[in-house]
Design a protein around this ligand. Structure first.
Ligand SMILES: [Zn+2]
Length: 424
């Protein structure tokens, strides 16, 4: 363990034993275990994220505050790669974690010999036009950018579908902020444009997603990547032999017919909003049950509304069904404790579906019965600093400090409540 102080913020980084804890750094996904799909691929998610953050391990010896722009050169000295951004962590061994102007987090290990040049300029995130240009430059000439108030959507699925998604995301964002502000959580509008990529179909999505985030992402219907801060999706209204929908009404009709998959889109968009509004901090030790429970609390699509999001906090039927089955057949007495203190049940392919269902159920219960404590817990978690990993005991203590240490009574109340939820 190494203590360090920089910019007035004391960061304590624990070494090595972060693999099982940090797999969720990489990718937040609705379908991890949620609907019994492809449970075997959950492990690949862990492995992908391990690779993504491996360069940080044994490295994050000095945390940096401040918003100075730096230029980092690394790789082949004859033709080095150059990235400009803001240092988040600078390691004693020379490795760095860099936040790019496009919001991407770059891990550049000491093996790549990064050279940091401090520029006499402030770090500023891209505005919408700059981000649009950067995305299209990266993705290729057949992408076009659609901008809404808070989003930049690079799309190969046509402007109509991108605009329809943008309108949906804007409505979700607004409802999300309103919902939590009225509950006493002072969230902020995102201070930078939120990037999204929409592919025309499943096949080209799969190629990109697999390369970007691993095999699990390639098998999903969309994902949110914490390192890139992007949601990556494809046109769910497209299909073999179908002409592309060109009106909002037709897109909505087709989306409603695919509402099962639309839930994934909403789930991923919710993750992105939560990580960009001051609720969660990227690369901080956010409890998985909390981040996933939050996304599931919002994931039921509300495609009919023109404002608001009427399905916030509705009973999530697939999750409820799974939770009640878990309760009847597999749930252990210490289930709350293991859920809130460890990622083990989320990583285990045989347990993940139950962990997701229980995360939704616990979120639903706490919001119904212990809203103020839940909000206080969210406030506490929002203060977490990046790249500091808690151990299971610390997580449990944190949970108990919000909801009380009598988990037995809480568990009894939780189960009583969930059994009383109407099934239909
Ligand atoms: Zn998720």
């Amino acid at each position: 363990m190494i203590d360090c102080v920089a910019g007035g913020v004391k960061l304590v980084r624990q070494t090595l034993d972060v693999g099982a804890r940090t797999w969720h750094l990489g990718l937040m996904a609705a379908s991890v275990g949620s609907y019994n799909r492809r449970m075997g691929s959950v492990r690949s998610l862990a492995f992908w994220a391990l690779a993504a953050v491996a360069l940080l391990w044994g490295a994050a010896d000095r945390a940096l505050a401040g918003d100075a722009l730096v230029r980092v050169r690394f790789g082949d000295p004859a033709s080095p790669t150059t990235i400009e951004g803001k240092l988040v962590v600078e390691a004693a061994d020379g490795g760095v974690l860099l936040l790019g102007r496009d919001g991407r987090l770059h891990t550049i290990g000491h093996a790549k010999a990064p050279k940091v040049e401090r520029l006499d300029q402030p770090f500023v995130r891209f505005n919408s036009s700059e981000l649009a240009r950067a995305l299209c430059d990266e993705l290729g000439p057949d992408f076009e950018a659609v901008q809404t108030r808070h989003y930049v959507i690079a799309t190969r699925a046509g402007r109509e579908y991108a605009q329809w998604c943008g309108d949906l995301f804007e409505r979700l964002l607004s409802a999300f902020l309103d919902h939590w502000r009225s509950a006493g959580l002072p969230l902020e509008e995102p201070k930078w444009p939120l990037p999204a990529i929409i592919f025309a179909g499943e096949a080209d999505f799969k190629v990109f997603a697999t390369a970007d985030a691993g095999a699990f992402a390639g098998e999903s219907k969309g994902y949110y990547s914490i390192p890139s801060n992007r949601i990556v999706l494809y046109d769910l209204t497209a299909g073999k032999g179908k002409k592309r929908a060109t009106s909002a009404a037709e897109i909505k009709r087709r989306a409603a017919a695919a509402s099962f998959n639309m839930a994934t889109v909403v789930h991923e968009a919710t993750h992105q909003i939560a990580f960009n509004s001051g609720m969660h901090t990227r690369l901080a030790d956010n409890p998985l049950w909390l981040t996933e429970g939050m996304a599931m609390y919002f994931e039921t699509p509300d495609l009919d509304g023109t404002q608001g999001w009427k399905t916030i906090g509705e009973v999530n039927r697939p999750r409820l069904t799974r939770f009640l089955d878990f309760l009847r057949k597999r749930r252990k007495r210490d289930s709350i404790a293991t859920l809130v203190s460890s990622t083990e049940r989320f990583i285990d392919a045989h347990k993940a579906a139950d962990a997701y269902a229980e995360s939704w159920a616990l979120t639903y219960f706490l919001n119904a019965k212990h809203r103020d404590q839940y909000v206080a817990y969210l406030k506490q978690l929002a203060k977490k600093q990046p790249v500091i990993w808690d151990d299971p005991d610390a997580r449990l203590t944190e949970f108990e400090s919000a909801f009380g240490s009598d988990l037995k009574s809480l568990d009894a109340e939780f189960l009583r409540f969930m059994k009383s939820v109407p099934r239909h």
